[in-house]
Write a protein that binds this ligand. Sequence first.
Ligand SMILES: C[S@@+](CC[C@H](N)C(=O)[O-])C[C@H]1O[C@@H](n2cnc3c(N)ncnc32)[C@H](O)[C@@H]1O
Length: 286
Amino acid sequence: MASVYSHLQTWLPAHGLTVELLGDSPIRRQVKQHGELMAQARSLRSWMSSCAAGAEVLPEIEVAGLLRQAALVYGESSDEKLAAMIAIAASAPAGDLVEIGALMGRTALVLLYLARRYHIGSLLTVDPWQAVHAIHHDSPANIGRLVDEWDYELLAEAFFVNLAPWSGNDHAHLRMPSVQAFAVYSDGLPIATRESVVVPFSRRIAILHVDGNHDHAAVKQDCELWVSRLLPGGWLILDDYQWAHGDGPRRVGNELLEACSQRIERAFVCGKAMFIKLGAEPAGEG
Ligand SMILES: C[S@@+](CC[C@H](N)C(=O)[O-])C[C@H]1O[C@@H](n2cnc3c(N)ncnc32)[C@H](O)[C@@H]1O
């Protein structure tokens, strides 16, 4: 408590006590944290426009606000990756936003904010929250062991808690592996919120975030399925294109860059993720 800290600062020496108060006062800590947050937002914003494909980047206050909210949620996406996500959303066409691999919702809440901010469309998140799907067979054993540390029911609950203040009829979650979710999505089956309200999905994707299982076969399958639904001008975000624990996302990213070379409007790596903006398929294909 700030008042107790302040009182002790004068009371201790006045009573000849040589007790040292550890750390800054709560107020000074807030001032420092806020200063650091704004400095981070300013620094990220200095290069965000180079990701934005000519579109205007959100103001500093909004970037800082999003970083702050995202930081409250446990997750594996860095500020750099989030900043690039924020930047590319400004040039996304109207359509659905789809995230494969939601964990506790750090990137989902950023995507949901951006969906509304730019009137892009509804957000579909997909995650089975099940150990059997979370295992990375291509990675070293110490990464594999992390799977056993999670309580998957808690993970699911935490996701909905983290998203609760942002909930609306423009977000639905499918608790199933991405292959199953793709069948639901592409067959046009109704997809509803937790309150059973059917969410309007166009079944064409404006922003696709592939962040599920990182084994090569899994990433390849996710991309083969879901990229087929990407709108011309839509963005694919391929998480962990640069990854210390395996090369699945990098190999799939490189295969995609080659296969779609005629359609690539922009491609760059930021915060270890690959961002690709795909144009229309050349006439005569697909
Ligand atoms: C790296 S985490 C996602 C991080 C998250 N996007 C964030 O913001 O922190 C990977 C997630 O993928 C999920 N996952 C694993 N296999 C999956 C599959 N077949 N389909 C969808 N999600 C999957 C895991 O349950 C895990 O929550």
